[in-house]
Design a protein around this ligand. Structure first.
Ligand code: FAD
Length: 338
């Protein structure tokens, strides 16, 4: 499995199946081998950490296809099968000039996994544009369409990580995108980057109507490449931990002791950046054996080569314990530990 998870953890699986067509999938869901084994669906393997060999079936989603399924003067519906690479889908959308997912450019992994944790970056989340999810119930093989509300999308969370965990194979998603410009420059770093690179935005490649979704996705891609380790070179799964929710009262108490503690409000919830907490506990850049905390971003745990999943979990647990001891706050992993 080493090449199928971005942490680059070297584990084996008992069975491995690649799904290349919807018919294959339907047939496979009905087979005894499927029913009698534990199983995990996998896209890009960029949000999983294998801690041991997998005693079951790893099912790799390779279902490809992107189509426009409806439109009016303002919006367009775009459907993608789950095995498409998310960034290829973003590229398709921005090249058509549609708005809504340009801030989510360059997130690794497959389209099918995006609703699982409601991917988010640079002030945008999948839930801003998601229209529906098509999925197969694994027990019955029946197809169900989930509305956005039924997906119960929250901060790096959905019904597929909770009540329906492991119960559905996500076949496709449909997004509602805007034909009308809706740049989301709420993230300072993105706005500053665009302002600094005016020449490019207004240069020969730019459209006469001004800023295009492609300009934003290019900017996001550039910023991300600079800040995050490339999993092909250093194994990682992006942010290992979620930001921490606190009440107003908790925040006020913490600010009395740590007046510089950053916090921000999103969806009426106050969050403290987990990266800051980890950095304050002096973990940033820490290396032990083959594992470590990335030197440019304390949220990212890395495999420098040859690390086991257990070694990474051990480091994560030490970080969780030290943040708990210093701040009394509980860090929760964003990565799916298997
Ligand atoms: C460098 C780097 C940067 C990242 N940056 C971000 C970021 O900015 N924002 C963000 O939100 N995430 C980020 N991530 C995490 C990750 O890329 C996303 O969560 C992505 O959506 C995972 O896709 P995947 O196909 O790799 O999922 P996988 O790791 O293959 O699977 C993740 C989970 O989804 C399940 N799953 C996968 N496909 C299906 C399916 N078809 N049906 C049912 N269940 C399925 C798996 O069983 C598993 O539980 C980053 C990761 C890396 C390595």
């Amino acid at each position: 499995m080493k090449d199928l998870n971005t942490f680059g953890v070297d584990v084996n699986t008992k069975f491995f199946v690649e799904i290349n067509s919807e018919e294959d999938l339907i047939e496979f869901l009905g087979q005894e081998e499927f029913k009698n084994n534990q199983r995990i669906f996998l896209g890009g393997g960029s949000n999983v950490l294998f801690t041991k060999d997998f005693d079951g079936i790893v099912i790799l989603n390779k279902l490809k296809g992107i189509e426009i399924t409806g439109e009016d003067s303002e919006n367009v519906l775009v459907r993608s099968l789950g095995g498409e690479l998310w960034h290829d889908f973003v590229t398709f959308v921005v090249n058509h000039g549609y708005w809504g997912i340009e801030n989510l450019a360059f997130i690794p992994g497959s389209v099918g996994a995006t609703p699982i944790q409601n991917i988010g970056a640079y002030g945008a989340e999948l839930k801003d544009t998601l229209e529906q999810v098509e999925a197969f119930e694994v027990e019955t093989g029946e197809k169900k369409i989930f509305s956005k509300e039924e997906c119960e999308l929250g901060y790096r969370d959905s019904v597929f990580k909770n009540n329906l965990k492991g119960k559905y194979f996500i076949l496709a998603i449909t997004l509602k995108l805007s034909k009308i410009p809706k740049p989301n420059l709420s993230y300072k770093i993105l706005k500053e980057y665009l302002e600094k690179n005016k020449i490019k935005i207004n240069g020969p490649k730019a459209s006469p109507v001004g800023l295009q979704p492609r300009d934003i996705s290019d900017a996001v891609t550039f910023i991300r490449q600079d800040k995050l380790p490339n999993p092909k070179i250093i194994g990682n799964a992006g942010s290992f931990f979620k930001n921490v929710f606190v009440s107003k009262e908790q925040l006020n108490n913490l600010l009395k002791i740590y007046p510089n503690m950053p916090s921000f409000e999103e969806d009426k919830v106050i969050k403290i950046p987990a990266g800051w907490l980890i950095e304050q506990c002096k973990w940033k850049g820490h290396k032990v054996g083959n594992v470590g905390v990335y030197e440019k971003q304390a949220l990212v745990l890395v495999n420098y080569g040859g690390a086991t999943g257990s070694e990474i979990v051990e480091l994560a647990n030490k970080i969780i314990a030290s943040v708990k001891e210093k701040f009394g706050l509980e860090l929760l992993p964003e990565v799916n530990i298997i």
